[in-house]
Design a protein around this ligand. Structure first.
Ligand SMILES: Nc1ncnc2c1ncn2[C@@H]1O[C@H](COP(=O)(O)OP(=O)(O)O)[C@@H](O)[C@H]1O
Ligand SMILES: *[C@@H]1O[C@H](CO)[C@@H](O)[C@H](O)[C@H]1NC(C)=O
Ligand SMILES: *[C@@H]1O[C@H](CO)[C@@H](O)[C@H](O)[C@H]1NC(C)=O
Ligand SMILES: *[C@@H]1O[C@H](CO)[C@@H](O)[C@H](O)[C@H]1NC(C)=O
Ligand SMILES: *[C@@H]1O[C@H](CO)[C@@H](O)[C@H](O)[C@H]1NC(C)=O
Ligand SMILES: *[C@@H]1O[C@H](CO)[C@@H](O)[C@H](O)[C@H]1NC(C)=O
Ligand SMILES: *[C@@H]1O[C@H](CO)[C@@H](O)[C@H](O)[C@H]1NC(C)=O
Ligand SMILES: *[C@@H]1O[C@H](CO)[C@@H](O)[C@H](O)[C@H]1NC(C)=O
Length: 671
C-alpha cells in the first residue's frame, strides 16, 4: 500500500511540475523585425525583418531557431504530439553562378551545430553521424542540388529527412493546382513560396505541401508518408531552419514569415505584412542632373557623350552571342564581363595550360571569390552549337566526386568559354612524366585510378543517359586539393563530332588511347572509353606514355611492352622505376593485367566499367589473361605510315588537331 501512495505522490508532483512549467506551444511571425531568434553562422535578420539564412560565403552554414525549446511529448516513452508549421521562403539567385544547397526546416534536440558540415550535409550533419538514429533530427529539405551521395532524385526537390540526408521520401518541387493537375515550381526562381509541414500524432502521418505565394493551400499534398515520429522526437526540441552553401554560392535563402503550433493548425500569415525581398537588377538613374542650370547641363551632356562612347566600347569588348533558344540555359550562362574580370582580362600570366581545344585560364569570380578554370575554345561553326549547349547544360548537372564540375559556359563570336571548378593540383600527367619534381606514391596512384574508374562508371551507367567521355588520358585527369582524381573535359570531343558532315567522321581522341575499331569506324562507344582507360592504367602504373617516342623502337608501344613482360613471366618489370619496390603487389598485378585486358583489340573481350570497378576493389580476383589470342593492335594496316615518332613528347600541349588530322588523313587515304 505504502509504495503505491508514494508513487502516486511522485506522479502528482511530477505532473504539477510539468503543467506549471508549461512551455510555449505556438508562435507566429509576419517578418522577423522584433523576433528574438537564435541565429548563428551566416544567418541574419535584415532591418526590414527578412530572415536571411546565408550570404555569399562558400562552404558556410547558417541556422535560425526559435529561442526556447518546445515540448513535443510529456515523457520519454510517450508518443509525439501533432504539430504544424507554415512558412514563406524564397531562394534568390543574384548572379548566374551555380552551387548552394537549399533550406531545411528542422526539429532538433540542440541548437548547436558546430560539428556539422556545410554543402551536402546542409549544416546539420557530418560524414560520421549522417543517418544515425541517435541524432533525433527531423527535417524537410528544399534542395536545389542533385547529390548522388545521398541519392537525391534531382536538383529541385522537397524531401523528408529523418536523422540524415538520404530522404525517407522526396518529390520534385511543385503543387497540385487541382487534384488532377500537377504544376512544377522552381525552388530557386526567386519567387516566394509557401510550405506547410504537418504531423498527425494520432494517424502517425507526415505531410508536406508547397504552393506559390498567393495560392490557397492545395487540397492535395506534395508528399505524404506514414511515419511514427515518437522515437525520433525527444520530449523537447528546438524548431528552426538550417541552410548551407556548397563550393559555389548560387542563391540567397530567405524566410519571410513563419508560424508554428503544437496540436493544431499553425496560424495563417498576413501575406501583405511580410517583408519585401531585395530588388535585384540595376537601380533607376536619378533625375537630379536634369534640374540643374544649363552650364551643368552642357557638362553633363558632354559627360554623357563620353559615357556613351565608353559604353559602346565596353559593349564591344564584352559582347556576347546570345540567341533566342539559349534562354532556357540562362542559369548556366556566365557573363563574359565576369569571366574577363575573374581572369584579369585573360592575362597570359593566368594561363594554366594549353590543351587540344584551347587555352585554360585560372580565375577568381569577382564576388563569390570562387576559384575557376576557364577554357577558351575557338569555334567558328554555329552548326551543332545548339545541341552542344544543351549537352553542356545537362552536364552542368553531373555531380560526382570524381568529375571536374562544369559550372557553365559563355558564348562569343567564334568562341566558346567553358567554366570549370579549379583543381589546385593540376593534371595527373605532370606527376608522371618528364622527370617530375614530385611523383605520387602507389597508394595515391591507386586511389586516383579507383576514383577515375568510379567517375567513368558514373558517366557510363549511373547518370540519366549514357555519356561517353571520348578522351580519357592522364592529362585529362585533374587532382583536387586532396589529390582526388577527377575526370575533366567530358563530352567536349563531341563538339567536333557534331559539326562534321556524315561522310568524313572526325576521329577525336588522342593517339595511343584510341581503340583500333574507333580508328576504323570513327565511332566512340563505352568500350572505346574502356580501351583508353586501359592505356591510362598502364600509363599510371608504368609511369610511361602509351606511345613513347623516346623509347627503343620495340618498346615504342607500352601495351606491347607490358604484354611481353607478362609473357616472359615477370609483369612487374613494367612498373614505374620511380616507385621502386614500394607498392602493393596484389594491387599492381590487378592494375597491369586489367590494363592489358582493357587494351584488347576486340571490344568484345574488354570488361565493362562495372567489372573494372569490381576488379579494382578486389571483389574479383585479378583477371586471367589468355596466353594466346590476346591481340593488341595499335592501328589499322592502312595507318602504318603514321609518323608516330613525330608525336610531340616534351609537353602536355599536344594538340588533338594534329593527331586528328593525321588519323583522318590516313583514313581518307592520306589526303
Ligand atoms: N579545372 C582545372 N583546374 C586546374 N587546371 C586545369 C583545369 N582544367 C585544365 N587545367 C590545366 O590546363 C591544362 C590543359 O587542359 P586541357 O585543355 O583539358 O588539356 P588537354 O586538352 O590536353 O586534355 C591541363 O593540363 C591542366 O594543367
Ligand atoms: C557572411 O556571414 C559571416 C558570419 O556572420 C560573416 O563573417 C561574413 O563576413 C559574411 N560575409 C559576407 C560576404 O557578408
Ligand atoms: C531572447 O532569447 C534569449 C535566449 O533564449 C533570452 O535569453 C533572452 O532573454 C530573450 N530576449 C528577449 C527580449 O525576449
Ligand atoms: C501525455 O500526452 C498524452 C498525449 O499526448 C496524453 O494523452 C496524456 O494525458 C499526457 N500525460 C500527462 C501526464 O500529461
Ligand atoms: C521507457 O521504455 C523503456 C523500454 O521500453 C523502459 O526500459 C523504460 O523504463 C521506460 N521509461 C519510462 C519513463 O517509462
Ligand atoms: C559529427 O557530429 C557529431 C555530433 O555533433 C560529433 O560528435 C562528431 O564529433 C562529428 N564528427 C566529426 C568527424 O566532426
Ligand atoms: C551512432 O552514434 C552513436 C553516438 O554518437 C554511436 O555510439 C554509434 O556507434 C553510432 N552508430 C552508427 C551506426 O554509426
Ligand atoms: C479544396 O476543396 C474545397 C472543398 O472540397 C474546395 O472548395 C476548394 O476550392 C478546393 N481548393 C482547391 C485549391 O482545389
Amino acid at each position: 500500500m505504502v509504495p503505491l501512495k508514494v508513487a502516486a505522490l511522485i506522479f502528482y508532483i511530477l505532473s504539477s511540475f510539468l503543467t506549471t512549467s508549461k512551455s510555449v506551444d505556438e508562435f507566429s511571425y509576419n517578418g522577423f523585425r522584433s523576433a528574438n531568434l537564435s541565429l548563428d553562422g551566416m544567418a541574419k535578420i535584415a532591418p526590414n525583418g527578412l530572415l536571411k539564412l546565408n550570404n555569399a560565403t562558400i562552404l558556410e552554414k547558417g541556422h535560425a531557431f526559435f529561442p526556447d525549446p518546445i515540448e513535443f511529448k510529456n515523457s520519454t516513452n510517450a508518443s509525439a504530439s501533432s504539430f504544424s508549421a507554415y512558412f514563406v521562403f524564397a531562394m534568390v539567385s543574384g548572379y548566374q553562378e551555380m552551387g548552394g544547397q537549399g533550406i531545411i526546416f528542422v526539429l532538433s534536440p540542440s541548437k548547436n551545430f558546430e560539428r556539422a558540415n556545410p554543402a551536402l550535409y546542409f549544416g546539420l550533419f557530418n560524414k560520421t553521424n549522417s543517418g544515425n538514429s541517435s541524432n533525433h533530427i527531423f527535417g524537410v529539405e528544399l534542395d536545389t542540388i542533385k547529390n548522388v551521395e545521398v541519392d537525391d532524385i534531382d536538383d529541385n526537390h522537397v524531401g523528408i529527412d529523418i536523422n540524415g540526408l538520404k530522404s525517407v521520401s522526396s518529390k520534385t518541387s511543385g503543387y497540385w493546382d487541382n487534384p488532377d493537375l500537377f504544376r512544377n515550381l522552381k525552388l530557386n526562381s526567386g519567387h516566394p513560396m509557401q510550405l506547410w509541414v504537418e504531423y498527425d500524432g494520432i494517424e502517425k502521418q507526415i505531410s508536406v505541401t508547397l504552393a506559390p505565394l498567393h495560392n490557397s493551400k492545395p487540397n492535395r499534398t506534395l508528399l505524404q508518408i506514414s511515419y511514427d515520429l515518437s522515437s525520433v522526437l525527444k520530449p523537447t526540441m528546438f524548431v528552426g531552419f538550417s541552410s548551407a552553401t556548397g563550393p559555389i554560392q548560387i542563391a540567397t535563402h530567405y524566410v519571410l514569415g513563419w508560424s508554428f503550433k503544437i496540436n493544431g493548425m499553425a496560424q495563417p500569415l498576413d501575406l501583405s505584412r511580410l517583408p519585401k525581398l531585395p530588388r535585384i537588377g540595376p537601380k533607376k538613374i536619378s533625375k537630379v542632373l536634369t534640374v540643374y542650370v544649363p552650364v551643368i547641363t552642357t557638362v553633363s551632356v558632354s559627360l554623357a557623350i563620353w559615357g556613351v562612347v565608353c559604353y559602346v566600347n565596353r559593349r564591344r569588348k564584352f559582347a556576347e552571342v546570345l540567341e533566342e533558344w539559349e534562354r532556357d540555359y540562362s542559369p548556366q550562362r556566365f557573363k563574359f564581363k565576369d569571366l574577363y574580370k575573374a581572369t584579369k582580362g585573360f592575362k597570359d600570366k593566368e594561363i594554366l595550360g594549353r590543351g587540344g581545344f584551347g587555352k585554360v585560364y585560372k580565375g577568381v569570380m569577382p564576388r563569390s571569390k570562387v576559384e575557376i578554370a576557364v577554357k577558351r575554345v575557338s569555334h567558328e561553326s554555329r552548326q551543332g552549337m545548339r545541341e552542344f549547349v544543351a549537352e553542356i547544360a545537362s552536364m552542368g548537372r553531373l555531380r560526382h566526386r570524381n568529375l571536374v564540375p562544369l559550372l557553365g559556359y559563355c558564348r562569343r563570336k567564334g568562341e566558346l568559354l567553358l567554366v570549370y571548378e579549379y583543381m589546385s593540383n593540376g593534371s595527373l600527367d605532370k606527376f608522371l612524366h618528364n622527370q617530375p619534381k614530385v611523383t605520387l606514391n602507389w597508394d595515391q596512384r591507386f586511389r586516383v585510378i579507383k576514383g577515375v574508374a568510379s567517375g567513368l562508371l558514373y558517366l557510363h551507367e549511373e547518370w540519366e543517359q549514357v555519356v561517353i567521355h571520348r578522351d580519357i588520358k592522364a592529362s585529362n585527369v585533374l587532382l583536387d586539393g586532396e589529390l582526388n582524381g577527377r575526370l575533366g573535359d567530358f563530352g567536349l570531343a563531341r563538339l567536333y563530332d557534331h559539326g562534321s558532315d556524315h561522310q568524313t567522321t572526325h576521329v577525336v581522341g588522342t593517339l595511343g588511347y584510341l581503340a583500333p575499331e574507333q580508328n576504323r569506324t570513327g565511332k566512340a562507344t563505352t568500350s572505346t572509353d574502356v580501351y583508353a582507360f586501359g592505356a591510362f592504367l598502364l600509363e599510371v602504373a608504368c609511369g610511361r606514355r602509351p606511345i613513347d617516342p623516346k623509347a627503343a623502337p620495340h618498346d615504342l608501344i607500352l601495351v606491347d611492352q607490358v604484354f611481353s613482360y607478362w609473357n616472359q613471366g615477370d609483369i612487374f618489370q613494367a612498373v614505374d622505376p620511380n616507385l621502386g619496390n614500394n607498392y602493393v603487389i596484389k594491387e599492381m598485378e590487378v592494375v597491369l593485367k586489367l590494363g592489358l585486358l582493357c587494351s584488347h583489340s576486340d571490344p568484345k573481350f574488354r570488361p565493362s566499367m562495372r567489372q573494372v570497378m569490381l576488379y579494382l576493389e578486389g571483389a574479383l580476383a585479378p583477371p586471367e589473361l589468355p596466353s594466346s589470342g590476346l591481340k593488341f593492335e595499335q592501328h589499322d594496316e592502312g595507318c602504318d605510315d603514321i609518323p608516330l615518332w613525330s608525336y610531340p613528347s616534351s609537353s602536355s600541349a599536344q594538340t588533338v588537331f594534329t593527331q586528328t588530322s593525321s588519323v583522318t588523313n590516313c583514313l581518307s587515304g592520306g589526303r
